[in-house]
Ligand binder design. Structure first.
Ligand SMILES: C[S@@+](CC[C@H](N)C(=O)[O-])C[C@H]1O[C@@H](n2cnc3c(N)ncnc32)[C@H](O)[C@@H]1O
Length: 256
């Protein structure tokens, strides 16, 4: 296997790097993410009785908590919720949520091993699947998902559409206050369909903090191809080309 320098397109980057670098700001920076449609798709796929849900790259438990709250409000207690993440820093925050006190939160790489199924829903929100560095890792992950999905289980992903620009480097400003500046420095390698970046945060009190990230994107059609080869079949999709949106929510089932 190639080392992580080649795999993630950024020297020094590994599977836990993103989570470790963003855990302390994640819920604050991404508080206004608009992904209700993803959570609604997950909820609609769950049975009316107690269900088993696996959240890939659960992070701070943001999505799992919303699923737990909606299920409780809907009068469906007794779900078994499992989250996996490669970053202990992220999991430490998920463990602090009261709503996830009974959840199983596992430290691991979701392209290497998954908790035992069968699951009613396996979910990967907010572009988490594209944190995987290459087709090998993505294939391995989707093969594992196919192996832990129940017979009528659903795998639901929220992924960005490929960007339309031709690639290149960009520096922008994310935040300016009297005591803080956050610059966004990105490099889009269109040939390898990868965007790497750093949020460079300057604060009066904390000095400079680097927050690196690396995302490899695929078209929905290529994602379907890999999913099909790993024993999954697309059953529903919204967003993407037809809707001219920058993301799509796609649902897969086990291929019969
Ligand atoms: C973009 S965040 C999304 C977190 C959460 N799903 C949400 O929507 O709030 C991606 C998460 O996936 C985790 N992650 C990235 N690669 C991973 C891998 N190979 N195995 C397990 N977790 C991974 C990161 O640590 C991070 O917490």
């Amino acid at each position: 296997m190639k080392d992580d320098i080649d795999r993630f397109g950024m020297p020094g980057y590994a599977a836990h790097t993103y989570g470790d670098a963003f855990a302390d700001v994640y819920d604050e920076w991404y508080a206004d993410l608009d992904d209700d449609d993803f959570v609604d798709t997950v909820l609609a796929a769950l049975p009316g009785s107690a269900a088993r849900v696996l959240d890939l790259g659960t992070g701070t438990g943001r999505l799992l908590e919303r699923v737990a709250a909606a299920r409780r409000a809907g009068g469906t207690p007794g779900d078994e919720l499992t989250g996996v993440d490669s970053s202990e820093a992220m999991l430490a925050l998920a463990r602090r949520r009261d709503s996830l006190a009974a959840a199983t939160l596992v430290h691991g790489d979701f392209s290497v091993a998954l908790s035992d199924g069968p699951f009613d829903v396996v979910m990967a929100g907010y572009n988490t699947l594209f944190n995987l560095p290459d087709d090998d890792a993505l294939s391995a992950c989707l093969g594992l998902v196919a192996g832990v999905l129940g017979e009528s289980g659903r795998f639901i992903v929220d992924c960005v559409m490929p960007p339309r620009d031709g690639g290149g480097d960009h520096v922008g400003v994310r935040t300016i206050t009297a005591s803080e500046v956050v610059l966004s420095v990105t490099r889009h390698d269109a040939e390898h369909r990868r965007i790497t970046g750093q949020f460079v945060q300057f604060t009066e009190s904390g000095g400079v903090r680097l927050r690196p990230w690396s995302v490899r994107y695929l078209s929905p059609e290529r994602l379907d191809e890999i999913a099909t080869a790993q024993g999954l079949a697309l059953v529903a999709r919204h967003g993407g080309h037809g809707d001219s949106t920058s993301r799509h929510v796609s649902t897969y089932a086990r291929r019969s």
